[in-house]
Design a protein around this ligand. Structure first.
Ligand SMILES: Cc1cc2nc3c(=O)[nH]c(=O)nc-3n(C[C@H](O)[C@H](O)[C@H](O)COP(=O)(O)OP(=O)(O)OC[C@H]3O[C@@H](n4cnc5c(N)ncnc54)[C@H](O)[C@@H]3O)c2cc1C
Length: 390
């Protein structure tokens, strides 16, 4: 056993979690991984992957039992994201986005909203988390989408961009600003919009560098109407809901990145154990051993931190923002470095599509950008050391 195998063996899953993880590993190996190159090439949405994931009932693991779910630990959810993303980064983000979007409904939704939305998600629905706008990215408080109450309805007007699952979702968790608020932060709110709501349309999808099979859509809300009961965060509550949601989804972005990093590491090790130059296997050269040692050490530490932050969430610790940012920063920087080095270790073959190293390198890049860019995470971590008494 090497250090990474030992790490995999260490989290101590329950029998139920172990069984589920074994099924996910089998699905990833036998179905998701073999299809990944074709989906990357075509950019088509991987409906058969989503169907296979739903046959395992995977969404149920993050939906409470009373709404049709079969909840398991957050750590086991992270392990599933990592496993799926290792096989197909597009599918990993499609499935993880369900959790990112629906978590605020579970945490903050009214009883009525939860009983209407969550059973559908437990059965395999797709969800989208709708925050970013053309002129409001890193600074989400700059968003302009407007919510206004009209009788028993909320009317939504605005435009959103870069929305994962935006073209396929059954449920949209939309952040915007309530009309009439005194300042930008207290104006932020959130409402749930269901597929087919009048006034909601998909206005385009992106042609991307990586995670090419996961849809990234622009949305228009033009006098879009939803019942008042779909309000998730009223005026004054939205920013708190937004930040709490991001704190829980950031470890999941790290698990996605670490799946990509693991795939790149394992492929590189396999290749340099076989490939010979100057009469030796590439892995026999000390310069290469040093390179591999640095990558393995960083991977082992990032994975350990993944389980630590996941464990904090399982224990109900709420204040995990800086731990989550630290994890996302290091895991995603590692994914980029690991995949770039994996291409390097494959030599010229790494630059060509016959090996998946080049796809992994393209897939890794987004992890440093979404759910807060790494500049923003550095800022959050650094700022946390500012003394408040000065
Ligand atoms: C494929 C994809 C999927 C996505 N999925 C979703 C989704 O499902 N839902 C959703 O709401 N959004 C989604 N996004 C949006 C994503 O979260 C944003 O792209 C990201 O937050 C950055 O915003 P921006 O692109 O507007 O960049 P900007 O905010 O314009 O940043 C541009 C550059 O400036 C830097 N910068 C900005 N502010 C600072 C600062 N204060 N200090 C230092 N540097 C700074 C940034 O780090 C970056 O390098 C997705 C994006 C992509 C590309």
């Amino acid at each position: 056993m090497n250090v990474l195998d030992r790490l995999d063996a260490s989290p101590g899953w329950s029998d139920e979690e172990r069984m589920l993880l074994d099924s996910v590993q089998q699905l990833a190996k036998e179905k998701l991984a073999p299809r990944a190159a074709d989906y990357d090439r075509s950019g088509e949405f991987p409906w058969d992957n989503v169907r296979d994931i739903n046959e395992l009932g995977l969404n149920a693991m993050f939906i409470p039992e009373e709404y049709g779910g079969a909840p398991l630990s957050y750590c086991s959810y992270l392990a599933c994201v990592r496993e799926i993303s290792k096989a197909c980064a597009s599918t990993g983000i499609i499935w993880a986005t369900n959790f990112h979007a629906i978590k605020p409904v579970i945490q903050y939704g009214s009883e009525d909203l939860k009983s209407r939305i969550l059973p559908r998600m437990a059965e395999g629905g797709l969800a989208a988390l709708v925050i970013t706008e053309p002129s409001a990215g890193s600074d989400a408080t700059g968003m302009r989408t407007q919510f206004r109450l009209e009788g028993d309805e909320v009317v939504i007007d605005g435009g959103k961009t870069f929305i994962s699952n935006g073209d396929v979702a059954d449920v949209y968790v939309v952040f915007g600003k309530w009309e009439g608020a005194s300042d930008a932060k207290s104006a932020i709110g959130a409402v749930v919009v269901e597929k087919g709501a009048p006034g909601l349309s998909v206005t385009g999808t992106e042609h991307k560098m990586g995670t090419r099979a996961s849809g990234t859509a622009s949305l228009a809300f033009e006098g879009c109407r939803v019942p008042k009961g779909n309000i998730l965060a009223p005026m004054g509550e939205g920013l708190r809901v937004l930040l709490a949601s991001l704190n829980k989804s950031r470890p999941s972005v790290a698990a996605h990145a670490l799946g990509i990093a693991r795939a790149a590491f394992e492929d590189a090790v396999e290749y340099i154990n076989e490939r010979r130059q100057f009469g030796k296997r590439i892995l026999e050269f000390q310069g290469i051993q040093f390179m591999l040692a640095d990558l393995a050490a960083e991977l082992a530490l990032c994975e350990s931190w993944l389980w630590r932050v996941g464990g904090m969430i399982d224990q109900g610790v709420e204040d995990i923002g800086i731990e989550a940012s630290t994890l996302q920063l290091r895991a995603t920087d590692l994914a980029m470095r690991m995949t770039t080095d994996a291409v390097q270790l494959h030599g010229g073959y790494g630059y060509c599509a016959d090996f998946r190293a080049e796809r992994l390198m393209r897939d890794a890049k987004i992890t440093q950008i979404w759910e807060g860019t790494n500049q923003i995470h550095r800022q959050l971590i650094g700022r946390s050391f500012l003394r408040k008494d000065k």
